[in-house]
Design a protein around this ligand. Sequence first.
Ligand SMILES: Cc1cc2nc3c(=O)[nH]c(=O)nc-3n(C[C@H](O)[C@H](O)[C@H](O)COP(=O)(O)OP(=O)(O)OC[C@H]3O[C@@H](n4cnc5c(N)ncnc54)[C@H](O)[C@@H]3O)c2cc1C
Length: 402
Amino acid sequence: MRDFTLAVVGAGASGLMAACRAAKALGPGRVALLDGNQKPGKKLLATGNGRCNLTNLHIDPARYHGDAALAAPLFSAYPTDLILEEFASLGLLTRADAEGRVYPRSLQAASVLQALWGACEERGVSFFADSPVARIVPRRGDFLLEGREPIQAQKCVLACGGKASPKHSCDGNGYALAKSLGHTVTPLRPGLVPLACPKKLTSPLKGMRTKARASLWERGRELAAGSGEIIFGEGTLSGIVLFDLSLHLRGPGEVVLDLAEEMSQKELFDYLCQLQTRRPALPVREIFSGLVNLRIGQQRAKALGFIGDAPISALRSADLRRAAEGLKQWRLPVEPSQNWDAAQITIGGVPLSEVDINTMASKRQKGLYLTGELLNIHGDCGGYNLHWAWATGIAAGRSASE
Ligand SMILES: Cc1cc2nc3c(=O)[nH]c(=O)nc-3n(C[C@H](O)[C@H](O)[C@H](O)COP(=O)(O)OP(=O)(O)OC[C@H]3O[C@@H](n4cnc5c(N)ncnc54)[C@H](O)[C@@H]3O)c2cc1C
């Protein structure tokens, strides 16, 4: 049986970082990294549409949910600068966009994986491919990891990720492993998912994109809001802003889209009055054509009863008021998606109260560390989730190698 100082279960974002950090301190041949997949970092390659939005310049506990209140010390210890320095030390340079989202300078997720995995290889990490760990048995002073090949290690980092996007990770049974080692797991649901919306409303606009302010309502209460691109799909609404809103929705709700957010309703009404004077012969179905995406505008006009070739000069003031309201308050019924395949993250996991937030050491099992998505904390879209993975990976790798 092979014997290691540290075994890291899961070669995803946090596991690669933990192994890389630990091997730097422990030296070659002391760290084992196991994954159920053939190669490390399969999900990492898919992040940010293949570009990997690896952190954000504006890391703030307010952008996290779940047990976020308990995570503040870790965010203070591992701010964006420190994560970027860590990557720079691995030879990876980065760039940020106007919203503070940080990407590798190459805009290729493969560069991030190369930096981490290349360093793991150079530091003598032993990688066990195609090795899903089925059971971890704590023994006196070490762990026995049962899988394709049994391994023993004095310490163990559980970096198995969550349930989201199963095609990118081996059947993540990390929650079961955590439970078998004395931890609890809060209820799990898919996060950062498209919202489900009746097909009859979205299908005519399939593939269309528009900028809008979106607010999410449930039983007459506004849950959250934001601005960004809305993408219409076959029975879905997606885009970064809606992914973020999906984190707040638990039952049936309503998304209200404002397709002219830079204008007040009064300003929009005034514009439509002017349009009536400037283009009196414009067919009513084209009333929004100068304002928004053509097809979306025509669909909206149709839904509001502005159908056919009648000229807009025939509309009354009340009609124009209704048109302005219809463009600024487009109400669409939505439901949370239960689709793990389409989810980017898992909501729920092992409570942060069960780990030491400075080291990620388990409070339930000596020698065990937990990282990444396995824990009950999740961030908005924008590099926040990978930031959490890197920060927990460094903290665990560091303390497990001391
Ligand atoms: C399509 C997509 C795009 C995303 N884009 C971004 C983005 O741009 N920015 C961002 O911040 N976040 C993004 N995320 C979220 C981000 O990828 C995750 O939050 C992050 O990868 C979690 O890191 P982790 O180490 O906890 O788990 P993972 O990266 O999922 O790694 C877990 C690893 O453990 C392995 N494993 C599981 N169980 C076992 C076992 N029993 N034995 C051995 N191995 C096991 C899995 O095969 C996997 O390789 C995206 C997610 C998806 C699905």
